[in-house]
Design a protein around this ligand. Structure first.
Ligand code: AMP
Ligand code: TRP
Length: 325
């Protein structure tokens, strides 16, 4: 079994990303072969600052390593450093119907958002993503729900290639984040926690203890006093209970018993402490890695070499089947 996923080199990680996605990746790397790729070539399909891109790639690499990606247990590399991704993109483009690309929800949304920037790269984004996945003969692709349609297209492309030219690719399956792991904003519990939303509603994975405490104590709660899990009637407290449960490993029922008769303030103080302690290793690891730029570069260089071996072998197969060598 091989797992592949791509990480866009943008933005900071928050506890929603961690609980909804990264935690699963870290568990997967213990069980099966994992390939994680920083997708810089995808990042250039929407407006970006060239002078910041290298710094963003480094930041995101450090963030994921600090969050628990283990370079001994997974292949971790930068997309543009393995040229086979772009070469396979071209080849797969020749069997991808234009209509399929124009139908993609993300293409429609991004074209609307960046009206001045509707380039062919944006249209072809899903082909590059299919190439990422198929090059490694991937079985499982853990992504957010918004990327499901792209993985589905990768399956279609794989099937069509195999039928037209002969069997090379596996048909990858999407793995969606566990249900129940949707973390809501601390300020607007009806909305998903997101970095672009109200920053007070979002706890960064590397937030300092004072920030964590401030944000938790200011979290919106509900009427009544009881610490009870009921997402409909008590969305604020239920979200905090979910976070508490996932970081402590304790069940919701157990937490309800623990905080029976206690007020919101006591509960929030306890949660702030739990988060400060749970996130401390991430903060420490990140600070350490920020001082070890050469080490981080070496990890990515090693990842590049390992990824390339697999990618070259698949591409060779593809070219042979297509009559290109
Ligand atoms: P994004 O940064 O929104 O593209 O999300 C990256 C990954 O984190 C995806 O797999 C999402 O499903 C997951 N994720 C993002 N926000 C949340 C959230 N508030 N709760 C749970 N998972 C999330
Ligand atoms: N498009 C994905 C996103 O926006 C990132 C990505 C690129 C990816 N290539 C991939 C994810 C391959 C999974 C597999 O999040």
């Amino acid at each position: 079994m091989r797992v592949f996923s791509g990480i866009r080199p943008t933005g900071e990680l928050h506890i929603g990303n961690y609980l909804g996605a990264i935690k699963q990746w870290i568990e997967l790397q213990e069980k099966t072969e994992c390939v994680f790729c920083i997708v810089d070539l995808h990042a250039v399909t929407t407006p970006y600052e060239p002078e910041n891109l290298q710094a963003n790639i480094k930041d995101v690499a450090i963030a994921y390593l600090a969050a628990g990606l283990n370079p001994e247990k997974c292949i971790f590399f930068v997309q543009s450093e393995v040229k086979e991704h772009t070469e396979l993109t071209w080849l797969l483009g020749t069997i991808t119907p234009l209509g399929d690309l124009q139908r993609m929800t993300q293409f429609k949304e991004k074209s609307k958002k960046h009206k001045e920037y509707v380039n062919a790269g944006l249209l072809n984004y899903p082909i590059l993503m299919a190439a990422d996945i198929l090059l490694y003969k991937t079985d499982l692709v853990p992504v957010g729900k918004d990327q499901e349609q792209h993985v589905e297209l990768a399956r279609t492309i794989a099937r069509k290639f195999n039928k037209t030219f002969g069997e090379v690719f596996k048909e990858p399956k999407v793995v969606l984040p566990k249900i129940g792991a949707k973390i809501m904003s601390l300020q607007k519990p009806a909305k998903k926690m997101s970095k672009t939303d109200d920053p007070r509603g979002c706890i960064g994975l590397f937030d300092e203890p004072e920030e964590i405490e401030k944000k938790i104590l200011a979290a919106v709660t509900d009427t009544g006093r009881a610490i009870r899990y009921n997402p409909k009637l008590k969305p604020g407290i239920s979200n905090l209970l979910t976070i508490y449960s996932l970081f402590s490993g304790k069940g919701i029922k157990e937490l309800e018993r623990k905080f029976k008769g206690k007020g919101y303030a006591d509960f929030k103080k306890s949660l702030a402490e739990l988060l400060i302690n749970s996130l401390e290793p991430f903060r420490r690891k990140r600070k350490e890695l920020l001082q070890r730029e050469v080490y981080v570069k070496e990890i990515l260089a090693k990842g590049q070499k390992r990824a390339q071996i697999i990618a070259q072998s698949t591409l060779q197969d593809v070219k042979k089947k297509m009559g290109l060598t």
